[in-house]
Design a protein around this ligand. Sequence first.
Ligand SMILES: *[C@@H]1O[C@H](CO)[C@@H](O)[C@H](O)[C@H]1NC(C)=O
Ligand SMILES: *[C@@H]1O[C@H](CO)[C@@H](O)[C@H](O)[C@H]1NC(C)=O
Ligand SMILES: *[C@@H]1O[C@H](CO)[C@@H](O)[C@H](O)[C@H]1NC(C)=O
Ligand SMILES: *[C@@H]1O[C@H](CO)[C@@H](O)[C@H](O)[C@H]1NC(C)=O
Ligand SMILES: *[C@@H]1O[C@H](CO)[C@@H](O)[C@H](O)[C@H]1NC(C)=O
Ligand SMILES: *[C@@H]1O[C@H](CO)[C@@H](O)[C@H](O)[C@H]1NC(C)=O
Ligand SMILES: *[C@@H]1O[C@H](CO)[C@@H](O)[C@H](O)[C@H]1NC(C)=O
Ligand SMILES: *[C@@H]1O[C@H](CO)[C@@H](O)[C@H](O)[C@H]1NC(C)=O
Length: 314
Amino acid sequence: MGCLPVPARWPLKRWLRLGLIVLYCITLGCAQEKKVAKSKVGEKVGLPCCYKIPSSESLQNYRVYWQMNVTDVVLAYSGVQKILEHPRYVNRTKLDFENLTLWISGVEILDSGPYQCIVQSLQSSPDKPGSHLLCEEPVTLFVTADFSKPNIEREVTASSCESTEMVVRCSSHGGFPKPKIYGVLNNMSVVLNTTWESESSLSPYNVTGTLWLNVSKDINFTCFIEYDGLLTSTSLLLAKANDCIVSTALPSYNVITASSIIIITFLLAVSLAAKYLPRHACSHCSKNQASTEDVKEIMNSPHSCKVTCEMSSL
Ligand SMILES: *[C@@H]1O[C@H](CO)[C@@H](O)[C@H](O)[C@H]1NC(C)=O
Ligand SMILES: *[C@@H]1O[C@H](CO)[C@@H](O)[C@H](O)[C@H]1NC(C)=O
Ligand SMILES: *[C@@H]1O[C@H](CO)[C@@H](O)[C@H](O)[C@H]1NC(C)=O
Ligand SMILES: *[C@@H]1O[C@H](CO)[C@@H](O)[C@H](O)[C@H]1NC(C)=O
Ligand SMILES: *[C@@H]1O[C@H](CO)[C@@H](O)[C@H](O)[C@H]1NC(C)=O
Ligand SMILES: *[C@@H]1O[C@H](CO)[C@@H](O)[C@H](O)[C@H]1NC(C)=O
Ligand SMILES: *[C@@H]1O[C@H](CO)[C@@H](O)[C@H](O)[C@H]1NC(C)=O
Ligand SMILES: *[C@@H]1O[C@H](CO)[C@@H](O)[C@H](O)[C@H]1NC(C)=O
């Protein structure tokens, strides 16, 4: 009874196992071919090697080459002895004596490119006399440098009551690698007319995107800079210029005229009041006060005169 289902199950198990093996091989193959390391300018990065020295042994029995651009030696060790070092990498590299990782510090844009780790055994064995290759593996280093936050400038070229024509420029500088630049108007992606500036293909880039626009209402513009999967952006509200002369300019003119008339009238009234009012009040007041008593106090403080006078007139 227990044996009956087995033949029926076998094919499925086999297929699953086969599928797993195929999947495993594909992913392994892909990983081997596309092994990459990423770093930013100035940082430290470790490039993995294909061999790990067993804890029972030391580097003594191995020769390790780290190469770049296929044949340029960056760093080479024979045993624990450094035998070669590329002038551009002096004081910037370190080999992990156990897993043979190449550590590069102060990474530069020029460091980006294909690397290769080559490990040889110096020990002869009966089947492999002399030194022999243990493994070699490529790894590609991608270096990025951050772009500045995009700067958006706009210049109105023509404007009417209905629409505003403008040139919008978005620029960013000092990044690597060569970026993509695109804009988003409200929710719609737009292509920008793009120019790149760089001294060479391995130098920092400056990028500028230009867009000609004719807007009939305020619109939100966002400029994106994309480089090696990284993104930086800036948003700006592109306001429509208000050039409707009939509806806007006249009222403001009227308001200014009206308010200046009011202010001038008020100033005139105040100066007239200042000229005549105190004299009348005081002459009238001083007579009153002098006749009663305390002449000295009135002489010393004309304000009290005005106050008492106003009070008396009430
Ligand atoms: C190698 O060893 C170093 C330090 O022991 C570790 O940081 C690094 O991740 C290792 N690399 C690999 C590829 O195992
Ligand atoms: C690899 O090639 C690039 C471009 O030709 C060069 O700038 C760089 O110095 C080379 N790297 C080494 C280690 O020679
Ligand atoms: C590397 O470091 C040594 C000692 O710190 C120093 O004398 C030498 O000038 C450095 N070389 C470079 C190329 O920086
Ligand atoms: C933009 O899209 C988001 C989601 O996709 C939506 O919530 C938002 O209302 C949209 N805005 C405009 C102005 O269309
Ligand atoms: C992009 O700008 C350049 C230079 O200003 C100009 O020659 C070209 O016609 C523009 N392209 C588009 C599609 O507007
Ligand atoms: C990129 O822009 C920076 C700052 O605006 C400037 O100093 C530099 O010269 C520019 N580089 C190129 C290659 O145009
Ligand atoms: C901008 O739009 C207005 C009306 O919406 C139109 O009269 C004008 O010709 C347009 N300008 C351009 C350059 O397309
Ligand atoms: C413009 O759009 C961006 C991105 O969608 C958003 O972060 C920002 O708040 C918007 N600005 C305005 C003024 O609507």
